[in-house]
Design a protein around this ligand. Structure first.
Ligand code: GLA
Length: 394
């Protein structure tokens, strides 16, 4: 929805005038390369999208938070003095988690009426949940600072960390920091080269003359993804413990080089665990090489690393599935597609492809046809624009 429409809808729901409305927004993300490396202390290379969660909010005089969404009939009312009573909300779960984490962190939660509008597709692997979390955290942080007369700007890295904790403790997904960090810290036309071990980062300009980043949604309904995600994470932890018997100073898989892994990999007897670890170690290395390729204007090399990444996620990490594999296979048949891979957690969700501008129509037509014939329903396509991270919209 356009901002004015969201404001109109807010007035329809909560009454009053537009005068005291505040607007906050935070985006979804696409990860170009570096998958399942973040929770292993590795590197990732995501960018914030222009698809986002917008919150229109107005402070209240009490401790109640009322929430509604433009695309859902649900209405949720939370008494912030009893936040643990809201652990089982369906819609509103992320927000309750954010409030709980912020209370733990000493923020003063100000009661307010809120209306949410999401343009990031739900459950599509573009981090619609991180967009909701970071936008919510930002809203409450700004209001808390105002209540306490603090005039330093909100620390957006802290918003990302609070959002990640809400996901762990409320939603039950032991996710890494990538999605929330990208949503909080993204910059227009920049890709974030993030070291997830210490959160140091570099903003790399998107130099893709003649090419575009195209996101394709499998539109698959995701089942059990959360438990499989947590299982992958535990397998990596198990692999690390074994490798540490030879390299006790390593604190995460991100500390281990390809050479060190090759030297010690036979310590891991379980093939599945070895495969998972191998994916992470090589994927981490690919991120470094990809960032260099992009900085050196070698977009073709970048595309090759994307393809290797997908193959590794399919064969070693086993998080792709027929829908994502079909999209990538079909993409790579099209002249002008120089790289394509799944993005995000996998098990459905989206692919990201780098496509020559004049080949995009051809890609969309042929991919849509082949995918629909094989899978039975259509994919969706988004030509990506890289936008800014979480902010108040004045
Ligand atoms: C999800 C998680 C991220 C990251 C990716 C896989 O998006 O939220 O932390 O682990 O999967 O790279």
């Amino acid at each position: 929805m356009e901002l004015q429409q969201i404001k109109d809808k807010f007035i329809e729901i909560y009454g009053g005038t537009e005068e005291d409305l505040r607007v906050f927004a935070s985006p979804g993300r696409v990860n170009l390369i570096g998958e399942h490396t973040d929770y292993n202390g590795g590197f990732v290379f995501p960018a914030a999208l222009t698809m986002k969660t917008t919150i229109v909010a107005r402070k209240r005089q009490d401790k109640i938070v009322n929430m509604a969404a433009t695309d859902l009939p649900d209405r949720v009312s939370i008494n912030t003095e009893d936040i643990n009573a809201y652990k089982d909300l369906w819609w509103g779960n992320y927000q309750a988690g954010i409030i709980a984490e912020m209370q733990k962190g000493g923020y003063e939660i100000v009661g307010c009426d809120m209306l949410y509008d999401d343009t990031t597709p739900h459950g599509g692997g573009l981090s619609s949940s991180a967009a909701i979390e970071v936008a919510t955290a930002l809203t409450f942080a700004v209001f808390s600072n105002e209540a306490k007369n603090i005039d330093t700007p909100v620390d957006m890295v802290e918003m990302a960390k609070i959002s990640q904790m809400a996901e762990h403790n409320y939603v039950g997904v032991n996710c890494g920091i990538m999605d929330q960090f990208a949503s909080a810290m993204g910059k227009e036309n920049k890709i974030i080269f993030l070291n997830c071990k210490d959160l140091s980062y570099d903003l790399v300009p998107v130099k893709m003359d003649g090419y575009k980043i195209v996101v394709t949604n499998t539109n698959k309904k995701r089942g059990l993804a959360d438990s499989k995600y947590n299982e992958r994470r535990s397998q990596c932890e198990a692999g690390l413990e074994i490798l540490k018997t030879a390299m006790p100073d390593k604190t995460c898989l991100g500390d281990i080089t390809v050479e060190e892994f090759e030297q010690h990999k036979d310590l891991i007897k379980d093939e599945i665990i070895k495969n998972r670890v191998q994916h992470v170690i090589y994927e981490d290395d690919r991120v470094l090489k990809s960032v260099d390729a992009l900085k050196n204007n070698d977009i073709l090399a970048f595309g090759q690393y994307m393809i290797q990444s997908h193959n590794s996620l399919r064969d070693l990490y086993e998080v792709t599935g027929v829908e994502l594999d079909t999209l990538v296979e079909e993409a790579l048949k099209v002249d002008g597609v120089i790289g394509s891979r799944m993005t995000g957690a996998g098990f459905g969700g989206c692919t990201v492809s780098i496509i020559r501008e004049d080949a995009i129509d051809n890609y969309i037509n042929s991919c849509k046809k082949a995918y629909t014939e094989k899978i039975g329903y259509e994919p969706s396509f988004y030509i990506t624009e890289i936008g800014n991270g979480g902010q108040e919209i004045l």
